[in-house]
Design a protein. Structure first.
Length: 243
C-alpha cells in the first residue's frame, strides 16, 4: 500500500477511534458511584476547594477519564443537589397531600427529612454549606426556589397548628420553623448510615423532645393520659393471652 494511502487510512482509523472514545456512555451504576464519591469530597472539602483531579483520585481514575462522564465539577454538584431535592420533594409532596392534621404533618415532614439524610447525607451537607453561594448562579436558581417552597411548607403546618389549638397560641412561628429546620438538618454532620439508630427511630426521639415544647399543656396532658391508657390496655391484653 502506498505511504500516502496508509497515512490516510491511519488518520481515518484514528479519527474513528477518537469518535468512539468520545461517545462512550457510562453505565448508570458507574455514574452513581462517581457522583457518590464526588459528593463525599464536596461535603468534606467544600465546592470551591475541590478539583476534578481530587475527585478522580478518590474514584481511582485519571482526571481526564472523569471527563468522559461529566463535563465539569459544576455538572457533578448540580446533579447531586437536583437528585437530592427531587427525592425530598417527592416525599414532602406526598405528606402535604395526605390531609394530615398539623402535628401529624410536622411529624411526617421530620421523619421524611431524616430519611433523606440517610439516603443523601453528603448532598445535605453540600446543600447546607454551598446553596447560598451557588444559588446566585443561573444554573442553580432552583436552590433558592426550593428553599422558598420548604419554608412555606413548614410555616403552613405550624400556622395551621396554632390556628387549630394544636400548638401554643404564643408560639413564634418563624422562630419555631428555624429551630426545627436547623436542628433537623444539622444531623447530616454527625449521622452515619447503618448506625445504631434508624432514621425513623431518630425522628421519633427527636419529635418526642421537640413537640412537647410547642403543644399546649392541656394537649400534653391529654396525650400523656392516652399513652397511659394504651400501656394499660397492652398489659391487659398480654395478661389475658397467657395460658
Amino acid at each position: 500500500m502506498p505511504n500516502s494511502t496508509r497515512n490516510r487510512a491511519s488518520t481515518g482509523n484514528s479519527a474513528k477511534n477518537s469518535e468512539k472514545k468520545t461517545t462512550v456512555t457510562p453505565s448508570p451504576e458507574r455514574r452513581r458511584e462517581l457522583l457518590s464519591t464526588a459528593a463525599e469530597v464536596f461535603a468534606a472539602q467544600g465546592y470551591n476547594a475541590t478539583t476534578v483531579r481530587r475527585i478522580a483520585d478518590e474514584a481511582g481514575m485519571l482526571a481526564g477519564s472523569l471527563y468522559y462522564h461529566f463535563d465539569s465539577k459544576e455538572s457533578m454538584v448540580d446533579e447531586i443537589l437536583s437528585t437530592f431535592l427531587s427525592e425530598l420533594w417527592a416525599g414532602y409532596d406526598e405528606v402535604l397531600g395526605a390531609g394530615l392534621g398539623p402535628r401529624e404533618t410536622v411529624e411526617a415532614l421530620v421523619t421524611e427529612s431524616f430519611r433523606e439524610i440517610d439516603r443523601h447525607r453528603a448532598a445535605v451537607a453540600i446543600y447546607q454549606k454551598e446553596s447560598k453561594h451557588l444559588s446566585t448562579q443561573p444554573r442553580f436558581r432552583y436552590l433558592a426556589e426550593s428553599q422558598g417552597r420548604f419554608e412555606r411548607a413548614w410555616l403552613g403546618a405550624l400556622e395551621r397548628g396554632v390556628a387549630e389549638g394544636v400548638f401554643r397560641a404564643d408560639l413564634d412561628i418563624r422562630l419555631a420553623y428555624r429551630f426545627l429546620r436547623d436542628t433537623v438538618w444539622v444531623a447530616a454532620s454527625w449521622y452515619r448510615p447503618g448506625g445504631r439508630h434508624s432514621p425513623q427511630e431518630i425522628a421519633r426521639q427527636y419529635l418526642s423532645m421537640v413537640l412537647d415544647g410547642i403543644t399546649p399543656r392541656e394537649e400534653q396532658t391529654r396525650r400523656e393520659e392516652q399513652t397511659r391508657r394504651d400501656r394499660t390496655q397492652r398489659k391487659t391484653q398480654r395478661t389475658t393471652q397467657r395460658p
